[in-house]
Design a protein around this ligand. Structure first.
Ligand code: GDP
Length: 302
């Protein structure tokens, strides 16, 4: 349970569900379902997803499949689990068969991209995988140095930006070419993350993906969008936009140890059908865990 220890706010909100369902009876079903929807909204589930969940439960009640409060609560958990798993492919990283595999890490500044990249390098290193980092965040002044520290800590090699006005695409392209020549297994590409509303950033990201694809002679194996778990439904807007621009293959949710907003995770996966692959649960090097939908749901409704 330590895994999602930071969900206290969401858990507090959802605790009301127990109270609500204690008094559930068929006559008052409608008003209780309305309240249930309200609780889901307050818990950041987002209007579409909240409605979808409550509608499914309503149908099951009307069909006589759900007859008591506890049954309804179980159904609620099952529905949420289903939304997290039903339409997404595996939560495992897809590295393909040829080497190097290239992972682009994208997301807005401050979300935890660079830290996550370091944590990923640490996981790979433990598996004996040879990692090359690419310091593609040439916009944020300290990003390169921050990444260099992670490279040293994890015993990874790194390609840094050079010259007065480095182009991120050139850094990534250089890294991929070096990885091909020197038989690296994995290239972890950091990218810059000015606000997602910034048109130039999105153009830049497209350029980065093109550069990687050209150097690798195929698309990057993963484009992982780092989402700050504390940002609530803002997360949904970011996920839509990044996915539209470069095609996201997986999410990494960070800061789930803090005041994370659990509900929106369900909305993001439900709306975009893209899996969460990892969760960040602290600032330390080992604080990255594979996402497990069942423990997530269990943490929401203990
Ligand atoms: P970037 O701008 O996206 O590269 O973000 P950084 O990697 O620099 O992270 C921004 C801040 O968030 C740093 O202080 C990190 O230590 C912190 N951070 C990143 N991931 C987590 C996490 O899972 N939990 C917590 N509590 N803090 C995190």
């Amino acid at each position: 349970q330590l895994l999602f220890s930071g969900f206290s706010k969401t858990r507090e909100n959802l605790a009301v569900v127990d109270e609500l369902l204690t008094y559930w009876n068929l006559d008052e079903s409608e008003s209780i379902l309305d309240e249930l929807e309200e609780v889901l909204l307050v818990s950041d589930f987002g209007p579409k997803t909240a409605l979808k969940i409550v509608d499914t439960i309503r149908k099951d009640i009307l069909a006589g499949r759900l007859k008591s409060g506890p049954q309804i609560k179980e159904a609620l958990k099952k529905n949420i689990f289903k939304l997290l798993t039903e339409r997404v492919t595996t939560t495992e990283l897809q590295l393909g068969n040829s080497r190097p595999a290239v992972l682009m890490i994208v997301g807005v500044n401050g979300g935890g991209k660079t830290t996550t990249l370091g944590k990923l390098a640490n996981r790979f290193k433990k598996e004996g995988v040879k990692v090359l980092m690419a310091a593609g965040d040439t916009f944020r002044a300290a990003a390169g140095e921050q990444l260099e520290v992670w490279a040293q800590r994890t015993g990874s090699e790194i390609v840094m930006a050079e010259g007065p006005k480095p182009r991120p695409a050139a850094v990534l392209s250089q890294a991929v070419r070096r990885a091909v020549e020197e038989d690296f297994d994995v290239v972890l590409c950091d990218t810059s993350g000015r606000l997602h509303t910034n048109y130039n950033l999105m153009e830049e990201l497209r350029g980065c993906k093109r550069a990687v694809s050209k150097a690798l002679s195929s698309a990057p194996n993963e484009v992982l969008l780092v989402l700050d778990g504390t940002t609530g439904l803002n997360m949904l807007a970011q996920a839509r936009e990044f996915n539209q621009v470069i095609g996201v293959t997986g999410f990494i949710l960070t800061k789930l140890d803090g005041t994370a907003r659990g509900g929106c995770v369900v909305s993001v996966v439900d709306e975009l059908s893209i899996p969460v692959k990892f969760v960040g649960v602290g600032e330390g090097i080992d604080d990255l865990q594979p996402f497990d939908a069942q423990s997530f749901v269990d943490a929401l409704f203990p």
